[in-house]
Design a protein around this ligand. Structure first.
Ligand SMILES: [Zn+2]
Length: 385
């Protein structure tokens, strides 16, 4: 029996999530903390930080903003530039497999009036690493977890820009130890501890250097290796989460970014019932699917839980949506990736089975996982009964 939070729909099998004696998870508890936070004084603190780091004579950028083709990036850039009057350098690390919608939204973001550096990694190496990571760690998106956290920090070091403005604190929205949720600063320790877990995926930390063991040359690992601590110190690189200073509310945020020309998905994105996430990245569906196999939850659960906390939907509706949308094979781009990886569907299923937590899913009398005609698994239970 999988136990679920009594307020949202998170299962106890989600890494780093804890339940209190009332059966409520810490992501829900933090939502309450957000309601009682003095956001006015947080905002003042943010203004102080921005004043401290602002480039005084215009000879350099005021900060780095790591961006993608997603809604948070547009929101961050708008807030930093228009609300607080800074001149940011936007830095986008994205995969060769960028969706058309991701491209459209990134171009729209640039039209907010910012300079933007785009970094795409060597596709051949990236594909090799995705395949290795899928087979070894059950996470094809693994190289990207490093790239999105590392490249903006490398740019900050090389351009001598000390401030990096990240978006939400993923620990706050998605749950994790409460003390981490109130931490505004990001350092290499944070990157190591949480950077690879952002999708709630990896139980243990495998640094990029692990790829040396699989025959990837050191010279190809540069986009994935965090700058040395002395370099970070020399420039004074400091990371802050905007979500620690401004109340992060998806509903308001969506309204704002749509006004700014951000385009949503037509119909639900893969693996969920919403149309506002997972727009820019083809490999996300495969990542989310493996998260479901390993931990019994995916993007639908993430989205539904956040919507419950915002009183957007109730728990009953959330459960219905999760049952309907979650855990489906990520067919949309699967064939494209299998071709790139030179991998058969059978091999893919074998890897999927290897990483599936068999305790969470229905099995036949011989103990083999039960799949429906589309190849999908069913969980043993979807609620606390
Ligand atoms: Zn909860």
């Amino acid at each position: 029996m999988i136990k679920y939070c009594r307020n949202c729909v998170y299962p106890e099998t989600k890494p780093d999530l804890t339940f209190d004696e009332e059966g409520i998870c810490d992501a829900c508890r933090f939502a309450n903390v957000k309601d009682t936070t003095d956001w006015e004084s947080r905002r003042e603190e943010l203004v102080k930080i921005f004043n401290k780091f602002k480039n005084k004579d215009g000879s350099n950028y005021d900060c780095v903003i790591p961006v993608s083709g997603g809604k948070d990036s547009t929101y961050q850039t708008y807030m930093v530039k228009e609300e607080f009057g800074l001149n940011p350098l936007c830095v986008s690390y994205h995969l060769p497999e960028f969706t058309d919608l991701g491209r459209k939204n990134l171009e729209n973001l640039k039209r907010l009036g910012v300079d933007c550096l785009e970094f795409t990694p060597n596709p051949e190496i990236c594909q090799k690493m995705q395949k290795i990571a899928l087979i070894e760690f059950g996470d094809a998106q693994w190289p990207e977890h490093f790239g999105i956290f590392t490249v903006p920090v490398q740019v900050a070091v090389r351009y001598n820009i000390p401030l990096i403005v990240w978006g939400e604190n993923p620990q706050a929205e998605y749950g994790g130890p409460l003390e981490d949720s109130t931490n505004s600063y990001l350092d290499s320790k944070w990157c190591k501890e949480y950077g690879t877990r952002v999708g709630g995926q990896s139980n243990s930390y495998f640094g990029p250097e692990v790829m040396l063991q699989y025959g990837i040359d050191r010279k190809f690992l540069n986009p994935y290796i965090y700058p040395p601590d002395d370099e970070i110190k020399r420039v004074g690189v400091t990371g802050i989460f905007l979500g620690s200073f401004l109340k992060w509310n998806i509903k308001n945020q969506l309204e704002k970014v749509r006004e700014l020309g951000f385009t949503l998905h037509e119909g639900p994105s893969e693996g969920t019932f919403t149309n506002y996430e997972n727009l820019d990245n083809k490999i996300q569906g495969i990542h989310d699917y493996f998260k479901w196999l390993k931990f019994g939850y995916g993007r639908s659960t993430d989205n539904a839980s956040i919507q419950i906390r915002l009183n957007w939907i109730n728990r009953e509706e959330a459960m219905k949506l999760v049952r309907e949308y979650e855990g489906k094979l990520p067919e949309k781009y699967l064939n494209e990736f299998l071709e790139q990886w030179n991998m058969s569907r059978d091999e893919f299923f074998k890897i999927a089975d290897k990483f599936t937590n068999k305790e969470l899913f229905k099995k036949d009398s011989n103990g083999n996982l039960l799949r429906d005609e589309l190849g999908n698994l069913e969980k043993t239970n979807y609620d606390n009964f």
